[in-house]
Design a binder for this molecule. Structure first.
Ligand SMILES: [Zn+2]
Length: 674
């Protein structure tokens, strides 16, 4: 009997271990595919041509580590035979059954593309489920969002998710149209719940003194909703992973309070590389696992029509950036309505898949703390018209951050974007903290920055209004705002700015640059300080009294980049990389783990046809003859250059590994063992 009990115990323990491994499937993936259809009422041939064999053949061309397929898109109708919601009338065959069977056979996880908050069919069937604007009527427009307190979650969404697990044993939910489809709901349920929780009436004006409470409330309702469906899924199948598309990304700077399994987002269809750069340098410091999806197609019309497939080079480059930042990458492809995957698309994705898997050495590392660019949630949500996220890249939050990140990376500094809560007690690890063109902060953050500088930290603060909060650190007093165009010395030349700037009075700071009224260095300077340095405790604070980083994105003038380098170099930070000789379009992305330092060399260059801002990339220029020094306490035990292996020379001398690389194409990983 004892023996039998022991055997049973071993079996139970094995199952627990197995379940644990299953829970982690996302940690072991590098490259995935997303196929969605957004099935609708006009469909007539869903699943008509897909077969077990042709899907298997397509996936064998690509060799993805996991896939996501259609289930229910924004129209709210399913492409499979649900017993709970509304089916598309166009279902000919159960394509989902074929996906589930093929994925089991190939041993790859299958994730559902499921539209969450946005469900057109649900609100048509149940008008009382739709969000209501402040006017008391639905918002109108294409997006048809559901109210967080309506019956949608309990009567449709959760039951349907459980039905999918029970019928198809799916491994995850990629909930689309979720946080980014949230609209402020003024229905009677939401207004009375707000009254119950805060004793306030729902404000309708962003300038109302209680606006932030209303924003917080709407955010909380959404998060409660995500928590509830995530728990329901986990309760039914522990290894079925859940992510709410875009939740906890850069545009959603909130604490990770909900138990979703990983973070994911589909990048800008037109500017995927820049979008990957921003998200990759932010998500690496989140606590959750993450991936990013690049669109396999794009267009140049801005109206959602005339899509064309991206080139293999472009897809490799966009996915490579995600890999360089340590995440898993995914490509979004649309099957034909009958379920068939376009063969040459699959062949192209197969090339990208191999390219990414060859670089799996980069997956899952942690960022090396060098420069922290601050992303203040208080500033982001100040008087915001969104409660949880914005994806509007014209929003100044995006511009100022992309400008800071890009100009630093193009000068070959390594940088992360972090909310203050992500730095916590790691301030000392950073060589430089950048507070770029933002003005509302948690009070603890301002105190932490002061302590950091007193202890010898270096801080760069930019923006017209920065003296308002940081006057003592900057050693200046802010005066009026001026609106004249001006020049600033950059290198031995001058760069120009068309931006408002702040007049200041120096208290303890010293001037580094004055504005210039013309471009001759040493002759055309005014007596108006525009960049200053101030010693504070044992540290140094640099102030730039205009929106230099926002201007960088607006103008992309190379001399502005030169100026950024001079500003940072003057702060004399103790960075790991030194004396880099490389084109500006090569980013050095630094990662570490288990006594290994990894330098990801990322080529962001492109040669394209003569569009003002190229959407399609034909070719990527080969990078030639790059040199740099890596500061190391001792001679490394081993150096690997992956996946190329040759084409590199290195020698360790006087505390530095001196590296020369002859040439490289898109992404190479230099792994240095302690
Ligand atoms: Zn409501």
């Amino acid at each position: 009997m004892k023996k039998v009990l022991a055997v049973i115990l071993v079996i139970i323990l094995c199952n627990i271990v197995y379940a644990g491994k299953g829970l982690d499937w996302h940690k072991n993936v590098n490259f995935g595919m997303h196929f969605d259809l957004h099935a609708n009422m006009g469909d007539t041939e869903l699943g008509a041509k897909i077969t077990h064999d042709n899907l298997k053949a397509s996936l064998e061309l690509i060799k993805p580590d996991w896939i996501q397929c259609d289930c229910k898109g924004h129209p709210g109708v399913t492409s499979w035979s649900t017993e709970i919601g509304t089916k598309s009338p166009g279902i000919v065959n159960d394509a989902l059954r074929i996906h589930a069977d093929v994925c089991k056979e190939l041993n790859i996880p299958l994730v559902m593309h499921y539209s969450g908050v946005w469900d057109e069919a649900a609100v048509k069937k149940h008008p009382q489920w739709e969000v209501v604007s402040a006017s008391g009527k639905p918002y109108g427009g294409a997006m048809r969002s559901t109210c967080p307190l309506s019956g949608y979650l309990d009567e449709l969404m959760i039951p349907q998710m459980l039905e999918l697990i029970d019928k198809y044993d799916v491994d995850g939910f990629w909930v689309d149209g979720d946080c980014w489809a949230v609209q402020f709901c003024y229905c009677d349920r939401c207004k009375s719940e707000f009254k119950k929780r805060t004793n306030l009436d729902a404000p309708t004006d962003a300038n109302d003194s209680n606006w932030n409470k209303w924003v917080d409330f709407q955010r909380t309702l959404f998060l409660e909703r995500v928590a509830k469906y995530t728990k329901a899924v986990h309760d039914r199948k522990l290894s079925c992973l859940v992510t709410s598309n875009w939740l906890y990304t850069f545009g959603s700077p909130i604490e990770e309070t909900v138990d979703t399994d990983y973070i994911s987002g589909d990048l800008s269809s037109m500017y995927g590389l820049k979008s990957a750069m921003l998200e990759g340098h932010f998500l690496v410091n989140r606590n959750k696992e993450w991936d990013l999806m690049t669109w396999g197609f794009t267009n140049n019309n801005n109206d959602g029509s005339g899509y064309t497939a991206k080139t293999v080079n472009q897809l490799k480059q966009e996915c490579a950036y995600i890999t360089a930042c340590g995440g898993a990458s995914m490509i979004y492809d649309t099957p034909q309505r009958n379920g068939i995957l376009t063969k040459w698309h699959c062949e192209n994705y197969g090339e990208v898949s191999k390219f990414i898997k060859d670089r799996e050495a980069a997956r899952g590392f942690e960022s090396v703390p060098q420069i922290a660019i601050i992303h203040s949630p208080q500033d982001f949500f100040y008087n915001a018209k969104y409660s949880i996220i914005t994806l509007d890249s014209n929003n100044n939050v995006f511009k100022r951050t992309i400008g800071a990140l890009e100009s630093l990376l193009e000068n070959h500094y390594h940088a992360d974007v972090l909310m203050p809560s992500m730095i916590k007690n790691k301030y000392k690890n950073y060589k430089l903290i950048v507070i770029n063109e933002q003005y509302y902060f948690d009070e603890a953050f301002v105190n932490n920055i002061k302590e950091y500088v007193k202890d010898g930290g270096k801080v760069l603060i930019t923006g017209v209004y920065c003296p308002n909060t940081f006057s003592d650190l900057l050693g200046v007093t802010g005066k009026d705002v001026a609106y004249n165009d001006f020049f600033v010395e950059a290198g031995k030349e001058a760069t120009s700015f068309k931006a408002p700037y702040r007049n200041i009075e120096l208290t303890t700071a010293k001037t580094f640059r004055y504005t210039m009224y013309q471009q001759n260095i040493g002759e055309n300077e005014t007596n108006i300080p525009i960049i200053t340095y101030n010693n504070y405790g044992n540290g140094v604070v640099c102030g730039v009294y205009f929106d230099i980083f926002t201007q960088y994105v607006n103008e992309l003038y190379p001399r502005n980049r030169v100026l950024v380098k001079e500003i940072v170099d003057k702060l004399d930070c103790d960075f790991i990389l030194k004396d880099v000789v490389a084109p500006s379009y090569v980013h050095f992305i630094l990662r570490e783990r288990d006594n290994k330092l990894i330098i990801n060399l990322m080529n962001t260059g492109s040669i394209s046809s003569g569009l003002e801002r190229p959407i399609m990339i034909d070719n990527i220029p080969t990078v030639k003859e790059i040199k740099f020094k890596v500061k190391l306490d001792k001679r490394p035990s081993k150096v690997e250059y992956l996946p190329t292996k040759n084409n590199i020379k290195y020698v360790y001398k006087d505390g530095f590994l001196n590296v020369t690389i002859n040439d490289f194409e898109i992404l190479e990983n230099l792994v240095i063992y302690e």
